[in-house]
Ligand binder design. Structure first.
Ligand code: TRP
Length: 448
């Protein structure tokens, strides 16, 4: 596609909404609470917030700038700026597709929950954790049902991708964000009023540093990158659709704030209810799917609340799957000269196949293990704890040391006046972020 007819996102708000649509998703509402639960609560939250501010934000600014200054997909962008760094683009596209594969499985679960809440079956009205857990387990281990939902989700993503960047993504995001905020707020109030709710609040907000290990710091970093959609070129791809008037730093700050706000709200919804229902906070990926229904069941009209909430979650997940899919599609389209439709099909078929394997590895094909983890958990661990931090490290090193300084600055300050915080940003990108990531890696590999 020539650069003249490449699509753009409309205006400033459009860019923020679309990027926030990518960032806000299951990472905030499904993954964040269970990772916080597994890593001991309050202290982890504090480390997470530091990761967002010190590492996430500078990295998002870098990724946007790389995309916006080249108007190319992740691979093409790195190639244009410096051929030797093209591999970072490839790593990114590969990681996007791996994340998309297990993400689609969870997105499929949310679609199933929407439907069964809508049909108001008995499980929706049950306040018993045992009933909710059994229902969840029997669904995710079913030999074919979750596959249908996951592949269906993949096809829905495909359709929006083919309809085009602006129409599909921008409209969905504009509608969803405000609704999601209001909903989370109402649920948080409800959840905190449940018996023993305050204990949950305390778990989430009071730091207990004795529970913190270096592997949980790496998990916090991985979660921060996952939640902000950075470290693998998704935001490079989105940055490439920015108009030349889009303010890169302002957009990154707004997107990070929105994303963090939603994650914290999700924590305020989940943890009081977890303690109230006597669920183990470290229950893992099932946490949200057993906790939320038990909040709804205590409210009037549980089926209505539940179906609305899961529907919002479906849309939030959809705006994120679109962004991962777009990273792959833009790559196929621009690097191999395919039509958008063909490029999108290549990605859809590939991830649909992989997502079936991921889903089966939780049930019928439980022998499908990598290093003792099910394929699903292995993809989750490999991408969030290894590929994202590695991609982030390489992107920081690239931006700090190899991205032509004038070109980077002209993205950040199109009017030519360098901002006051620029030296801090440069210090973070050149030294602090890479050093922190290297130390965390080395420690987790047992080198130091
Ligand atoms: N950030 C999204 C979420 O929180 C998931 C996501 C979309 C993502 N694109 C990504 C994660 C790119 C890592 C990289 O749900």
């Amino acid at each position: 596609m020539s650069q003249e007819n490449r699509a753009t996102f409309g205006g400033r708000i459009g860019a923020v909404l679309v990027a926030a649509g990518s960032a806000v998703g299951l990472g905030n509402i499904w993954r964040f609470p269970y990772i916080v639960g597994e890593n001991g609560g309050g202290a982890f939250l504090l480390v997470y917030l530091c990761c967002i501010m010190l590492l996430g934000l500078p990295l998002m600014i870098s990724e946007f700038s790389i995309g916006a200054s080249t108007h190319k997909n992740a691979v093409g962008a790195f190639r244009e700026l410096n051929k030797r760094w093209t591999v970072v683009g490839y790593l990114g596209v590969l990681a996007s597709l791996l994340i998309l594969s297990f993400y689609l499985v969870v997105a499929g679960w949310t679609a199933e929950y929407t439907l069964h809440s809508f049909l108001a079956n008995d499980v929706v009205r049950s306040t018993s954790v045992e009933v909710q857990t059994a229902a969840f387990n029997s669904f995710i281990t079913h030999p074919w049902k979750p596959l249908i939902y996951a592949v269906g989700f993949s096809l829905a993503t495909h359709i929006i991708i083919v309809l085009g960047v602006q129409k599909g993504i921008e409209r969905a995001s504009k509608l969803l964000m405000p609704m999601l905020f209001v909903f989370l707020f109402v649920l948080a109030c409800r959840s905190m009023m449940m018996p023993r709710g305050l204990e949950g609040l305390q778990f989430f907000l009071t730091p207990d540093f004795s529970k913190l290990t270096t592997s949980s710091v790496l998990a916090a970093l991985g979660q921060a990158f996952f939640s902000l959609s950075i470290g693998l070129g998704t935001m490079v791809t989105y940055g490439s659709y920015f108009k030349s008037t889009t303010h890169v730093q302002g957009t990154a700050v707004r997107v990070s704030l929105l994303d963090t706000f939603v994650a914290i709200m999700a924590g305020l919804v989940i943890f009081p209810a977890v303690f109230s229902a006597g669920i183990e906070p470290g229950a893992g990926p099932s946490l949200v799917f057993i906790t939320l229904p038990s909040i709804f069941a205590t409210m009037p009209w549980p089926a209505l609340w539940s179906s609305l909430f899961f529907l919002l979650l479906v849309v939030a997940a959809l705006t994120s799957t679109i962004s991962m899919h777009e990273a792959g599609t833009a790559y196929m389209e621009e690097e191999y000269g395919l039509s958008r439709r063909k490029a999108a099909w290549c990605v859809t078929l590939f991830v649909s196949l992989l997502c079936c394997f991921c889903s089966l590895s939780l049930g019928a094909w439980s022998w499908l293990k990598v290093c003792g983890l099910s394929l699903f958990d292995a993809f989750d661990y490999l991408t969030a704890n290894i590929m994202l931090p590695l991609g982030g490290l390489l992107t920081c090193l690239f931006t700090g040391w190899f991205f032509e300084r004038k070109r980077f600055e002209s993205q950040l300050y199109p009017e030519g006046k360098i901002g006051r915080l620029y030296p801090v940003l440069r210090l973070l990108i050149r030294y602090i972020c890479p050093i922190i990531i290297v130390i965390l890696f080395a420690d987790n590999l047992g080198i130091i």
